[in-house]
Write a protein that binds this ligand. Structure first.
Ligand code: SAM
Ligand code: SF4
Length: 435
């Protein structure tokens, strides 16, 4: 379908999580279907789309800086069309509209229609099956596939439920069709995405769970691996864990945010679990899959976090020994419960020191864990080539760089020869070419 339009080239800029990246890929696939071409030079575009993130101030600042450049461009070329999409756009974001009057369209996450309307003047032509049957164009052997949108949890610090709305699962057959399409077009590994990926299916008539979805996806030819994120301790049921254990294509790779190691902080965050319950969940995962890769997220400097609370977080990191920790300093988000009810009382210098301490502690732990990979043979899916060196991941999610050539999209057995805290290095032992 080619649409008659003045717009022929678009520039799409994205910041934020995997879900935002997936949203951008879907929009790009929609543009492709109506005949628009992408450009990586903003100056050459007829349409600029800025896909924003609001989870922390830093991400917003990056979008503001981009929008400042777009404003200059639009002053020079008033015919340029500009759309802002993503988590910075919400019901109460008038300030953003006032600050950037040159933006033609503001669209909430996954609200693609107003952007299409900007392109072709009448969005109704693209209704019905257009978006459900628009799949991201694979850029390599791995792809993100959102399976449940939104979040119902309302952790006090988090803006996501306000901007992405309540949980909404995609129909199981729609996800299966998309993954089959991706597999047919060279994708070997999919990452199933949800803010709480285990919430998948609760709102569907048949109430399948994530395990049921993984079973269906496992039957797809040419698909070799299935990942899933982000996990929520309370929603990760034994039934789902059984499916992960039993299904050979599902990777032993978990992203299971704990956020804090103190019950007082977890309670204040309204995370809905205690430290003891989190420990139990990890014990259950490790009992079923002793070699599972497990990463976590931590927020330091949450309102009221004392030195003792912070020490408790460090203790849990020492005890649980995660493969990787994503640590962030608390960033007050207007509109959230914490913003309204709690004082941002941990000084910036203390937040920075705690962040640094977690990074330093984790670097040592990650190094020790990775050292244990040296001398083992790991199955790697070759994802790409950087600086003339192929790279890919183990089934546990470890990044591995290879010294010798290997074809993108192949599964290879690699002898791990060296380890750093953030990646491994190895040489191909054997290669299975999957065509
Ligand atoms: N749903 C996942 C969970 O339950 O943790 C994570 C989704 S959240 C968008 C991604 C990460 O951003 C969180 O794990 C948290 O560590 C971080 N984050 C969210 N809000 C934040 C805030 N106000 N300040 C600092 N970090 C924040
Ligand atoms: Fe945000 Fe909590 Fe939902 Fe994760 S579970 S997206 S942290 S509200």
């Amino acid at each position: 379908m080619i649409i008659e339009t003045q717009i022929s080239k678009y520039y799409l800029w994205t910041v934020g999580c995997q879900m935002n990246k997936a949203d951008s890929e879907k929009l790009a696939a929609g543009f492709d279907r109506i005949g628009l071409k992408a450009t990586d030079r903003m100056e050459r575009a007829d349409l600029v789309v800025v896909n924003t993130c609001s989870v922390r101030q830093h991400a917003e600042d990056r979008a503001y800086s981009k929008l400042g450049r777009v404003r200059e461009l639009k002053q020079a070329r008033p015919g340029l069309k500009v759309a802002v999409m993503g988590c910075m756009v919400g019901l109460k974001t008038d300030d953003l509209h006032k600050r950037f009057p040159q933006v033609d369209v503001f669209a909430r996450p996954q609200q693609y229609e107003p952007i299409m309307e900007l392109v072709e003047g009448k969005a109704e032509d693209l209704g019905g099956e257009f978006w459900p049957s628009t799949y991201a164009i694979p850029e390599g052997p791995t792809a993100y596939v959102p399976v449940v949108h939104g979040c119902n949890k309302f952790c006090t610090y988090c803006i996501v439920p306000y901007r992405r709305g309540r949980e909404k699962s995609r129909p199981l057959d729609e996800v299966v069709r998309e993954v089959a399409y991706l597999a047919l077009h060279g994708v070997r590994e999919v990452t199933l995405l949800g803010q709480t990926v285990e919430a998948y299916g609760h709102d569907l008539a048949e109430q399948p769970d994530l395990g049921d979805l993984m079973r269906e996806l496992s039957a797809i030819d040419r698909l070799d691996r299935i990942r899933f994120l982000t996990s929520y301790p309370k929603d990760m049921t034994h039934r789902i864990l059984q499916a992960v254990t039993e299904l050979p294509k599902v990777m032993e790779c978990f992203s299971l945010p704990v956020q804090a190691g103190s019950d007082a902080v977890l309670d204040s965050m309204r995370r809905g679990y205690s430290v003891a319950e989190y420990l139990e969940k990890i014990a259950e995962v490790r009992a079923l899959m002793p070699n599972a890769g497990i990463t976590t997220d931590i927020i330091v400097g949450y309102p009221g976090e004392t030195d003792a609370d912070f020490m408790a977080t460090c203790d849990i990191l020492r005890e649980l020994r995660f493969d990787k920790v994503h640590v962030a300093a608390y960033s007050p988000r207007p509109g959230t419960i914490a913003f309204k009810k709690m004082e941002d009382d941990v000084p910036a210098t203390v937040k920075a020191a705690r962040l640094h301490a977690v990074e330093e502690l984790e670097e040592g732990i990650s190094q020790e864990i990775n050292d244990r990979y040296v001398g083992t043979v790991q199955q790697i899916l070759i994802e790409g080539v950087r600086n003339e060196q192929p790279f890919g991941r183990t089934r546990t999610g470890k990044l591995v760089h290879l010294d010798l050539p290997a074809r993108i999209g192949t599964l290879v057995d690699v002898s791990i020869e060296r380890a750093g805290p953030f990646s491994l290095r190895g040489a191909v032992r054997d290669s299975v070419v999957l065509v």
